[in-house]
Write a protein that binds this ligand. Structure first.
Ligand SMILES: [Ca+2]
Length: 488
């Protein structure tokens, strides 16, 4: 079979999926095709194209200004900075959305915010991903990868089709439901299809969940020593997301304020800095394990965050650096995130890239590295060439985000070249910013560039596919489905 035949097979599988045939069977055809394609491509490639291990470490609500290598002056992040020194640091990387669930849906499916299965954190659904959704984990699994995840999933609760182990992960440990993830001293953690019982932990505070997540991540990496197949580890950490106030009056549950006990800041600032310290410490532990297991030269490690920093974080830290806005805003502070890639010998060391990349690019990138195909109708593009020190073949036309479908105000944003168009509320004027000289989105130049505004207005109209689940303007009044009391 030739590659062209294979593409035809993938196309056939995709069109079958759009028909009325049972989805499970058609999804299987796609995955078989994806697996076949890897075999075929691998046969035709040089030895240096052996699929690498892929570790995607994602912080939760860690802003653009937090790592030292992005300008932070007060909180130390030596391990994240070391990744940057040994790899490629992107200055224009974008999350999938301004809050948790849509950002993760974009990451998993390669679809932008206006096409993805989750577009906001509300309404609350038991599952966001459906049977017919194809995730990057499914693609990598079909290509022969061991696939494991720890941390916050957000895209389908226990018992639903959307849970991680139904969406391509061999194993998942942590929180399937994102409201559950507000509990660092939780009474249980989801463990594949079961639970690790931590009864009494709310009172005893014996287990800080972040530590358990890291232990599981490390053992997943160590298992590579006994496995010939490459692996994909998705470490979706919950730090430094705020905790439930039941656990900490400031919403910053952390075992101690070390190493900032004696710094002259108020207590919330010391707690927040300690959260970043633990996150950074465990980025370091994962990298050390990769190196100790002899995997350094065949492992791509990416570190990023799912959205911008929260407005409640101490002002002194300037969590989003020079960017305007916070988590849940479509200004740059809500969506532009730290993004570092390390792969010694392949990804250039100690370099900075100003190329525009986004979470939807991860699926096609990882698929290419695995030697397999991506679904045709995705929005992302492979950035393998960028990772190898080159350029994208052609600049992408635009990136798109929206937020607040079922909230009092629905916002949309478009990035196209150096232009950023943003509209706060249906029917409002589009504001236009030239990010080359106005990173802070302070000087609206819409009046000077009506042609650009018109083009962005068209993109805002056509990019999102309407969804019954996200009716614009119908304000959601429901509550989280996950109830702490029911879990105890
Ligand atoms: Ca988040």
């Amino acid at each position: 079979m030739f590659h062209a035949d294979l593409i035809a097979l993938v196309r056939a599988a995709r069109s079958l999926r759009r028909s009325l045939l049972p989805l499970k069977a058609t999804q299987a055809i796609f995955l078989i095709a994806a697996g076949l394609s890897r075999i075929l491509l691998t046969q035709g490639q040089a030895a240096d194209s052996t699929p690498p291990n892929i570790i995607f470490i994602m912080a939760d609500d860690m802003g653009y200004g937090i790592p030292g290598c992005y300008g932070q002056q007060l909180i130390r992040t030596p391990n994240i900075d070391r990744l940057a020194a040994e790899g490629l640091r992107f200055t224009q990387a974008y999350a999938g959305g301004p809050v948790c669930a849509p950002s993760r849906a974009v990451l998993m499916t390669g679809l932008h915010n206006g096409h993805a299965a989750a577009r906001d954190n509300v309404p609350h659904f038991p599952t966001y991903l459906q049977e017919q959704d194809t995730t990057v984990a499914e693609i990598l699994k079909a290509a022969g990868y061991r696939t494991g995840g720890v941390g916050k999933w957000s895209l389908g609760d226990a018992g639903t089709v959307g849970r991680a182990t139904n969406q391509g992960f061999d194993t998942w440990f942590g929180y399937l439901n994102q409201d559950h993830a507000h509990h660092y001293y939780t009474e249980y953690l989801d463990d594949d299809e079961g639970r690790l019982d931590l009864h009494g932990n709310g009172k005893s505070r014996q287990h800080y969940s972040h530590d358990l997540l890291t232990e599981r991540a490390l053992s997943f990496v160590r298992a590579a020593e006994e496995n010939t197949s490459p692996f994909f580890l998705y470490a979706a950490y919950t730090l430094p997301h705020f905790s439930s106030r039941d656990e900490d009056k400031d919403g910053l549950a952390v075992p101690s304020t070390a190493p900032y006990n004696d710094v002259d800041w108020d207590e919330p600032a010391r707690k927040y800095a300690a959260m970043i310290h633990l996150l950074d410490r465990d980025v370091g532990r994962i990298v050390e394990q990769v190196d100790a297991s002899g995997l350094t030269n065949n492992t791509l490690i990416i570190f990023t965050s799912d959205n911008g920093g929260h407005a409640s974080a101490a002002e002194r830290f300037a969590v989003n650096g020079p960017l305007r806005g916070f988590k849940s805003s479509l200004n740059e502070g809500g969506i532009r995130v730290p993004f570092i890639a390390r792969w010694p010998g392949i990804v250039p060391a100690n370099q900075v890239s100003e190329e525009i990349i986004a979470f939807q690019d991860m699926l096609p990138t990882f698929a290419e590295l695995a030697g397999t195909s991506s679904p045709e109708d995705i929005d992302g593009v492979s950035i393998v060439k960028l990772l190898k020190g080159g350029k994208l073949d052609e600049p992408r036309e635009f990136l798109y985000w929206d937020y607040g479908h079922c909230r009092p105000r629905y916002d949309q944003a478009v990035r196209s070249g150096n232009w950023k168009g943003i509209r706060f509320g249906v029917g409002s004027d589009i504001q236009l910013y030239d990010l080359t000289n106005d990173l802070n989105e302070s000087h609206d130049v819409a009046a000077k560039h009506p042609d650009v505004v018109q083009r962005i207005a068209r993109i805002m109209k056509t990019a999102p596919r309407p969804s019954d689940r996200y009716p614009i303007g119908q304000v959601y009044k429901g509550k989280p489905l996950w109830k702490p009391d029911a879990a105890r």
